[in-house]
Design a protein around this ligand. Structure first.
Ligand SMILES: [Fe+2]
Length: 215
């Protein structure tokens, strides 16, 4: 597959189920618990709380809460360096799905990334959005907090025509939820719409979001 629009079903959007069934237009989602989460989360958490108390936040898709400027990957902390490494590894894994990218010599696929922190308290949420001008986007949960049911990231089905013809037993157009967990990193295509349900825990929910653009 070379990125043209006449790809056959034998490309990376085709997932065989091992019999005569397959999934077309599959959407990749990476879910990776970071093995060094226990080492980096306390420092990340303290830094986000410190900055949230002293720096003005920005408002984009967030309703309530505090969002940092998108300069997080430049914060001078060893924990941020570790996070950068984890982002590189996640993008590498995602790229392995692409025959074109995985066929390149090691180190030749480059990307740029930027990140920002989010601190949500009771009732804070993010409206439905996607991440324009980026290829893959991700979230790292520094502290998932202690929500009862809220604070989840919810992905909507990117196939709008599925909504026009509900199919009994299939619900192609349903919303798929990822439950946050401290130390979990997720990565998904930036065009995949999502929102964050209102947080409903007494403690802060802290996450780091990032955008990656392949060169
Ligand atoms: Fe987002």
């Amino acid at each position: 597959m070379t990125g043209n629009r006449t790809a056959t079903v034998d490309d990376q959007l085709f997932v065989s189920l091992g019999n005569d069934l397959a999934l077309l237009f599959a959407t990749p989602l990476l879910r990776r618990p970071l093995p060094n989460a226990a080492q980096i989360n306390p420092g990340l958490r303290a830094e986000v709380i410190r900055r949230a108390a002293t720096e003005p936040g920005v408002r984009i898709s967030n309703r309530g809460g505090w969002q940092s400027k998108a300069d997080l990957l430049d914060w001078p902390l060893p924990e941020i360096a570790a996070l950068r490494t984890a982002i590189v590894e996640a993008v590498k894994t995602m790229s392995s799905l692409s025959p074109e990218l995985s066929g390149r010599a090691p180190g030749t696929t480059q990307f740029k990334a930027y990140a920002w922190a989010n601190l949500n308290r009771m009732h804070d949420y993010n409206v439905t959005h996607l991440h324009p001008d980026s290829h893959f986007s991700g979230v790292y949960y520094v502290d998932a907090g202690n929500a009862v049911t809220g604070g989840t990231i919810q992905f909507t089905d990117p196939r709008p025509m599925a909504r026009a013809m509900p199919t009994p037993g299939f619900n192609f157009d349903r919303v798929l939820t990822v439950l946050p967990a401290s130390g979990l990193m997720i990565l998904f295509p930036s065009w995949l719409e999502h929102w964050v349900s209102p947080y409903d825990g007494p403690n802060e929910r802290i996450s780091i979001a990032f955008n990656c653009t392949l060169k």
